[in-house]
Design a protein around this ligand. Sequence first.
Ligand SMILES: [Zn+2]
Length: 66
Amino acid sequence: MVKKTCDNCGDEDQDLTEVFRVYQKIDLNNFDPDMSKVIESTVEPNAEMWCKSCMCIYPNVKSDSN
Ligand SMILES: [Zn+2]
């Protein structure tokens, strides 16, 4: 069996989901830890396979091809 690893953290995980990473730019002049303001978000064009914990921690969108 081929071992699958998360493209983001490198952990071995059989339960990976195809996602697109989202880069978020936060307004640092108006920084509020409870309500950080995202002024710009860019979606990475290449899909990656992520584990569940990375999907919870880092911004991402699920791939439609799933
Ligand atoms: Zn991961």
